[in-house]
Design a protein. Structure first.
Length: 225
């Protein structure tokens, strides 16, 4: 079953010199529920732009994005923010943990943002355990390795039980072995928490871990498997 799909998505950026750059050209994709879908392509091919549109962080110039067959462009202001907070989790390449909060507080903060009041502590500890970091609960980001920080970021993205996690090159800043651990973790989350994961990568070695995928080149989908 499809959980997210887009129709003829186009995104044009206007550069400082006034010229226009078409970052996405008529992109149509369909993300199946409960799967790991990989968006691959060279740097500059449009992966991040597409992920941000699918996750409602950015708006297309034309085309539509549907989450559970609901068009997300129609949502305004707080309704849109709420849709994102409740249904979507993000993991970024450069781990975006809050440096002044320890691992537990980083995860708990996202639960607070999602408006979850009850059972916050329990859920936080459950998610840190799920990523194998129970013993790092009180560590601050700078007191953890890159791989550990990325695992906290995964715990944070999944804590509010989103329908979909978007991960933008989550292995990009990690060595191969640590990167594979993070992918395995995302796959575990799919099995255990019934979420859907969409991740980007430019690393051909990671393709084999996806259940499905699309290849982007110059803002266009050139392959699907
Ligand atoms: N905010 C922006 N302003 C102008 N150009 C952008 C912006 N974001 C991305 N681009 C351009 O759009 C194209 C696609 O970028 P991006 O989606 O980041 O690619 P990828 O994630 O595959 O590396 C690139 O040519 C990039 O320079
Ligand atoms: Mg990118």
């Amino acid at each position: 079953m499809s959980i997210i799909r887009c129709e003829n998505l186009c995104r044009v950026f206007t550069l400082a010199d006034g010229s226009r750059l078409q970052a996405l050209k008529n992109v149509n994709i369909d993300i199946e529920e409960g799967k790991l879908t990989i968006l691959k392509g060279r740097s500059g091919s449009g992966k991040t732009t597409l992920l941000n549109l699918l996750g409602g962080l950015d708006r297309p110039d034309s085309g539509k994005v549907f989450l559970d067959e609901r068009e997300i462009q129609d949502l305004k202001g707080m309704e849109r923010v709420r849709m994102r907070r409740e249904n979507i989790g993000f993991v970024f390449q450069s781990v975006a943990l809050i440096p002044t909060m320890n691992a537990r507080e980083n995860v708990e903060y996202s639960l607070r943002l999602a408006g979850i009041g009850k059972g916050r502590k329990e859920r936080t500890l459950e998610c840190l355990a799920a990523v194998g970091l129970s013993e790092r609960e009180t560590h601050f980001p700078e007191e953890m390795s890159g791989g550990e920080q990325q695992r906290v970021a995964v715990a944070r993205a999944m804590a509010h039980k989103p329908k979909v996690i978007f991960a933008d090159e989550p292995t990009g800043a990690l060595d191969t072995a640590t990167g594979l651990q993070v992918i395995k973790l995302l796959k575990d989350m799919i099995a255990k928490e019934h979420i859907t994961v969409v991740m980007t990568t430019h690393d051909p070695g990671i393709m084999q871990f996806g259940d499905a995928g699309y290849e982007l080149e110059d803002g266009e989908i050139i392959g699907k498997w």
